[in-house]
Design a protein around this ligand. Structure first.
Ligand code: ATP
Ligand code: MG
Length: 277
């Protein structure tokens, strides 16, 4: 009868991102297991230290910061304008997205007071400024924002309570080219993130109705096209395409992390490496 790694050893190997096949290894004796554990741990730690050497001495910017810079460059390079809107959002704007008290997302909102919350998404603020930009700028109007969003999530390896959203929207394009454009924009972001294997899949969303999701093992982003029924609340009638991506999900996929926590804001991990190695 063989012996497995102990619970504590398995936990440690998971933290060190050791392949799950190795984690399930079976040994003939406990002695052999201890020896093997030490060897695997040493190799894993040295791999992580390599990653840190690159971070500390070469890039000096965490992966998610580098990804954000590359995305800003790629999008501004094709005519998109970056905007920065408040992280604090008014209740009235959420309600305009039909996120009223009965809505599923309502339970996920971090309220600051009766009327203000931490934004769970970027779309309401983008809509808010677009109703003026569409009047002031000639079309097509292309804008994007990258920034923190907050949702109370119960748990799971793919959800964070605070994460970084990229939301891009293009308004005023020919109706017949919307789907093709959505594919092009999805491809731009996915290639920039270094992920070439992904699919576009139709899904149902609480807020947007039918969405076109970008999936690579898990959801990387959700896209939609308009005119959309939410547009009427903002007096918007133009055609549009838009996609929201989660930057931590993109990093998680690219780096092969088993948990999104490694890619997110953290006191335990620094650029994907556990501080207690
Ligand atoms: P999911 O179904 O995976 O919970 P969602 O459909 O609720 O995600 P959207 O509202 O479509 O999420 O948000 C756009 C993108 O933001 C998602 O595709 C995902 O990449 C990212 N995202 C959403 N919620 C989280 C979260 N709690 N933690 C990390 N990333 C998230
Ligand atoms: Mg979605």
């Amino acid at each position: 009868m063989g012996v497995n790694f102990t619970v504590a050893q398995s936990q440690r190997l998971r933290e060190l991102d050791v392949d799950s096949k190795v984690q399930n290894k079976i040994f003939e004796t406990a002695e052999e297991r201890e020896k093997e554990f030490k060897a695997i741990e040493a190799v894993a730690i040295s791999g992580l230290k390599e990653k840190w050497i690159d971070y500390r001495y070469r890039t000096r910017i965490p992966d998610i910061g580098i990804l954000e810079q590359k995305l800003v460059k790629a999008l501004t390079g094709i005519g998109f304008v970056q905007v920065i809107t408040p992280i604090i959002m008014n209740r009235a704007l959420l309600q305009k997205m039909t996120i009223t008290s009965e809505h599923q997302l309502t339970k996920q909102i971090f309220w600051i007071d009766n009327n203000k919350c931490l934004r769970p998404m970027l779309a309401p603020h983008l809509y808010y400024i677009l109703k003026d930009l569409l009047r002031l700028w000639e079309k097509p109007v292309r804008i994007f924002e990258v920034g923190p969003c907050f949702r109370k999530e119960s748990s799971g390896s793919e959800h964070l309570d605070e994460f970084t959203m990229l939301n891009l929207v293009e308004f005023g394009l020919p109706e017949e080219s919307r789907m093709e454009r959505l594919h092009e924009l999805a491809a731009l972001v996915m290639t920039t993130a270094g992920i070439n294997d992904y699919q576009l899949v139709s899904n149902e969303s609480d807020v947007y109705g039918t969405t076109i999701d970008i999936e690579a093992d898990m959801e990387m982003g959700s896209g939609a096209i308009g005119p959309h029924y939410l547009d009427q609340f903002w007096g918007i009638t133009d055609t549009w395409v838009g996609i929201g991506f989660g930057l931590e999900r993109l990093i998680m996929k690219k780096e092969g992390y088993q948990t999104i926590k490694k890619a997110g804001r953290s006191l335990s991990y620094l650029n994907g490496v556990r501080l207690n190695i």
